[in-house]
Design a binder for this molecule. Structure first.
Ligand code: TYM
Length: 331
């Protein structure tokens, strides 16, 4: 049995980027690998590496759990939990800091980008964040980690940490593989197609949120930045806006770029954007309907309680093994 693992930070409402780059693939892999185990969690400890309003954070955690399920994750072969409820994540993160070098963390591009945006000082947790992420993964012996393109560097670091630990203390961790989709692993901002669509962005106009009113989604797609050529053609360098919209189109319909180009040959951007708006709205409407059905159901807490228990069991065992190998305590 293989173990797949991934998490999402509750720093806001998940975006269309999170959906196409991550959540949708979780569902796809889960359907394709019914005999394997899927470990999914709400990465709330990661959220507080940048300032969060406590009330909003609480709400975002709940909404994310609801969205995981509304997107179609199946409780049958899944452990779903909230990261901070399984204390082994923090404990393992600390041990792994002792095998991670400052230089490695200084090279992390996400850290550099996010640090630049902080106005009130940079939390040291933002710097050590990738080590906590390594702990999240290594605690469960995960073999596969489905993520978007922006997490690739963190996954490479996780692999390096696992290999270093294994070399120093003996075979302990499974070295995980990232699973990054060919299409849709980096959805860009609709107003600035050179920037990633990001739930924590300051300007929301270029970002589609999964719980946003459908009309607002339509408007955002129709007013997405494109170019003046008015030819639907995939060319990231010269036509980043239209290429990004084509990626969204292709991801949600499974049409290739070439098929989309042919479909809209001789037809302007207006029709293309109008069609895309309906495709996106259809997909998100389904998620919102399911979300509204389940968000107040006691099933959510039942799943989270069960998930916490199962996750803690696996994580405690791994942590004890690590403490023992490192020579800590009386193990
Ligand atoms: P987060 O919350 O920033 O993003 C969640 C997932 O969505 C993907 N993603 C995107 N994919 C395509 N286009 C985009 N514009 C886009 N924006 C985000 C991300 O790549 C990610 O897969 N550190 C992680 C959470 C985490 C985690 C883990 C993931 C914590 N521990 C262990 C995997 C394994 C994060 O901040 O994701």
């Amino acid at each position: 049995m293989a173990i797949f693992l991934s998490g999402v930070k509750p720093t806001g409402i998940p975006t269309l980027g999170n959906y196409i780059g991550a959540l949708r693939n979780f569902v796809k892999f889960q359907n394709e690998h019914k005999d394997d185990l899927f470990v999914f969690f709400v990465a709330d400890l990661h959220a507080i590496t940048t300032p969060q309003d406590p009330k909003e954070l609480k709400q975002n955690i709940r909404n994310l759990v609801g969205l995981y399920l509304a997107c179609g994750l199946n409780p049958d072969n899944m452990i779903l939990f909230i990261q901070s409820e399984v204390s082994e994540h923090s404990e393992m993160g600390y041990v792994l800091q002792s095998v991670t070098y400052m230089g490695e963390l200084e090279r992390m591009t996400q850290y550099k980008d996010k640090a630049q945006k902080q106005t009130e000082g940079i939390a040291s947790a933002l710097f050590t964040y990738p080590v906590l992420m390594a702990a999240d993964i290594l605690l469960y012996d995960a073999e596969y980690v489905p993520v978007g393109d922006d997490q690739k560097q963190h996954l490479e670091l996780t692999r390096d940490i696992a290999i270093r630990f294994n070399n120093r203390y003996g075979e302990t961790f499974v070295v995980p593989e990232p699973l990054i989709a060919k299409t849709g692993s980096r959805i860009m901002d609709l107003q600035n197609p050179n920037k990633k669509m990001d739930k924590s962005a300051d300007n929301n106009k270029g970002c589609i949120f999964l719980l946003e009113p459908l009309d607002s989604i339509r408007k955002k797609i129709k007013s997405a930045v494109t170019d003046s050529e008015s030819i639907v053609r995939y060319d990231v360098e010269n036509k980043p806006g239209i290429s990004n919209l084509m990626t969204i189109y292709s991801s949600l319909t499974n049409l290739t770029y070439q098929e989309i180009e042919e479909k809209y040959r001789g037809i302007g951007y207006g029709q293309f954007k109008g069609d895309l708006a309906e495709i996106v709205v259809d997909e998100i409407a389904k998620i919102q309907n399911k979300f509204n059905e389940i968000i107040n159901s006691p099933l959510l807490d039942q799943l989270l309680d069960e998930g916490r228990q199962k996750a803690s069991q696996i994580a405690r065992k791994k942590l004890c093994e690590v403490y023992k190998k490192v020579g800590l305590g009386r193990f």
